[in-house]
Design a binder for this molecule. Structure first.
Ligand SMILES: N[C@@H](CCC(=O)N[C@@H](CS)C(=O)NCC(=O)O)C(=O)O
Length: 258
């Protein structure tokens, strides 16, 4: 049995949903509402001691870390290969995945200020959120949530976050010079690693970053990506009320921008 503990809009959850769909793996959803702190229950912390989503459970074994989960999915199940067969291609893929892991923080900060905190404050109020900060096992999330609540993630930090994202998108533009996908002519885990970031940026209204003029190859790549049923399914997972991005005041575009 394959179970995925995940949350609708979590970028790391999108990554694993997309890999499962690309491989054609049948999986059972264990929806974990991180806006109701379900990632911090004692039961969940036994599976994922960091208190984050996603977690994959296969035949009773829990696997954490979205990019590790995706390598596992590729190896453990039948279906199209998502890791290049040759050593150099696999190394190129992992270089890019590592780069994406290193760019997680700016995506979190941009999202925290524009979407996560307003939604959480509206639902829970400041006092309750301050209590929940201390329950988080990861110092990183304690820091980013508490500074967010104190209004300390300011314009200078967000500007830096946008600049870091631009560096990642420049890397993507360069990588796509000679082929349709990041490592050659087939979609790999490298494309899947960055796909949810690009979708999130579009939800945050930052799709001008890959307009045809600014980054034409990223623009065309996003068009190819958006056409894939696995991607569309992965990003369109509804929230707990059956809603989605528009309901939380964001608009995510699937098609390339002109
Ligand atoms: N490195 C981890 C990061 C997972 C992570 O940070 N997930 C976020 C959602 S994208 C989360 O669970 N946040 C919980 C929180 O904010 O307390 C992975 O790739 O799986």
């Amino acid at each position: 049995m394959v179970e995925l503990y995940h949350f609708w809009s979590s970028v790391c959850s999108v990554r694993c949903r997309m890999a499962l769909e690309e491989k054609g793996v049948a999986w059972t959803s264990r929806y974990t509402d991180i806006f109701r702190f379900e990632q911090l229950t004692p039961e969940y912390l036994k599976l994922n001691p960091d208190g984050v989503v996603p977690t994959l459970v296969h035949n009773g074994q829990a696997i954490c870390e979205s990019t590790v989960i995706n390598e596992y999915i590729d190896q453990a199940f039948e279906g199209p290969a998502l890791v290049p067969a040759d050593a150099l291609g696999a190394a190129r893929m992992r270089e890019f995945v590592r780069k994406c892991e290193g760019s997680f923080d700016p995506i979190v900060k941009l999202t925290m200020v524009k979407y996560i905190l307003p939604k959480l404050l509206n639902r829970w109020g400041r006092e309750e959120l301050e209590k929940q900060v201390a329950r988080r096992p990861m110092k990183y999330y304690q820091d980013v949530h508490s500074r967010g609540l104190r209004g300390e993630i300011g314009e200078a930090e967000l500007k830096l976050a946008r600049e870091e994202i631009e560096v990642l998108l420049d890397r993507l533009e360069k990588t796509l010079e000679d082929h349709d996908w990041i490592v050659g002519d087939q979609l790999t885990l490298a494309d899947i690693a960055i796909a949810p970031y690009v979708f999130r940026l579009s939800a945050l209204g930052a799709d001008q970053f890959w307009s045809k003029d600014r980054r034409p190859r990223v623009n065309a790549w996003y068009g190819r990506l958006s056409a894939r049923p696995a991607f569309r399914k992965a990003v369109s997972w509804p929230d707990e009320n059956g809603g989605g991005y528009e309901e939380v005041g964001l608009k995510a575009t699937l098609s390339p921008v002109a």
